[in-house]
Design a protein around this ligand. Structure first.
Ligand code: PGA
Length: 250
């Protein structure tokens, strides 16, 4: 499967800034081959982004969603609202959702189920805190997040992507070394191969956490790194396009 290089803009960019970004970004990536590009803007920018990207291969993602289709859920966005705008991916269980907004594995699992029911491709985010790493609990934390987050959808594994994002590497400028990332990625690959009974060929295991145009090459060369989820460096069209370029050349 083609690598998936995804931009997670988080709570950044107004509608006007989104339009400006896309206008600058498109010429930079027009020759891209063998790499799938996805952008997850804030909800308020999805409509304009979907119009601007309609004649391109660039996919759109939601940064989150609620699992119900509609109703009294103030402040939430439903899967139907995303699919209507041509969104095909949804980031679920991002560490900021887990740690700032208190999302638990069971809620994230409901969202994964709902995304699949509505034809959205979930990107399940997992990763340990610095404290958990120092206590030697990295692999057990990641295993719990994957087993619980994907409970009941093991047979659908190839409709799901996973992003390994160590919490200590997100937005800090300190990325996991290629060796640190590869250790966890190969663990995840074996785990999802086991729980899906070998039905995981379509699943990309992406790395996220301070990915930039300088460290992307050594990370993507690792055998079990199949893409990136990029925050800070994705906010600049030049830098994001460099990460894409480096990834397609490997
Ligand atoms: P970062 O964010 O690239 O700024 O570390 C990555 C993410 O949180 O997805």
């Amino acid at each position: 499967m083609a690598y998936l290089i995804a931009a997670n803009w988080k709570m950044n960019k107004t509608v006007a800034e989104t339009e400006d970004y896309i206008q600058r970004f498109l010429p930079l990536v027009e020759d891209t081959k063998n790499v799938e590009i996805m952008i997850a803007p804030p909800f308020t920018s999805i409509f304009v982004a979907s119009q601007k990207l309609s004649n391109t291969d660039i996919k759109l993602g939601g940064q989150n969603m609620y699992y119900k289709e509609k109703g009294a859920f103030t402040g939430e966005i439903s899967p139907l609202m995303l699919t209507e705008l041509g969104v095909s991916y949804v980031i679920l269980g991002h560490s900021e959702r887990r740690h700032i907004f208190g999302e638990k594995d069971s809620l994230i699992n409901s969202k994964v189920l709902s995304a699949l029911e509505h034809g959205l491709r979930p990107i399940l985010c997992v990763g340990e805190t610095l404290e958990e790493r120092e206590q030697g609990r990295t692999l057990s934390v990641v295993e719990r997040q994957i087993r619980n987050g994907l409970a009941g959808v093991e047979a659908e594994m190839s409709r799901i992507d996973i992003a390994y994002e160590p919490v200590w590497a997100i937005g800090t400028g300190v990325n996991a070394t290629p060796e640190q990332a590869e250790e966890v990625h190969s663990f995840i690959r074996n785990l999802i191969n086991e729980i899906s009974k070998g039905n995981d060929q379509g699943t990309r295991i992406m790395y996220g956490g301070s990915v930039n145009e300088n460290n992307a090459e050594s990370l993507i060369k690792q055998p079990n790194i199949n893409g990136f989820l990029v925050g800070t460096a994705s906010l600049d069209p030049e830098r994001f396009s460099q990460i894409i370029k480096v990834s397609q050349e490997v």
